[in-house]
Design a protein around this ligand. Structure first.
Ligand code: ZN
Length: 74
């Protein structure tokens, strides 16, 4: 992972882990079943201020682009 800087506090110490996209930790962004049921988010948490960044892991990005569940922003 490239060096990161927190947009809130300029901290550079982050902790990350992958969490299930449904239930448990993450918000229920896509209710119902479907491909996202088994998908994961990667959380990055600033160790200084607690700022959280969410990422969709790269392996799911093709699905984001091709399955038609998300609209491309212009
Ligand atoms: Zn921070």
């Amino acid at each position: 992972m490239a060096s990161q800087q927190c947009p809130e506090c300029d901290g550079v110490e982050f902790y990350s882990r992958e969490v299930s996209a449904k239930g448990g930790y993450g918000p229920d962004l896509l209710p119902g079943t479907g491909w996202f049921f088994s998908a994961k988010f990667r959380l990055c948490i600033c160790a200084r201020c607690g700022y959280v960044k969410w990422f969709v892991p790269e392996r799911f990005l093709d699905d984001i682009k091709t399955r038609g569940k998300f609209q491309k922003m212009s």
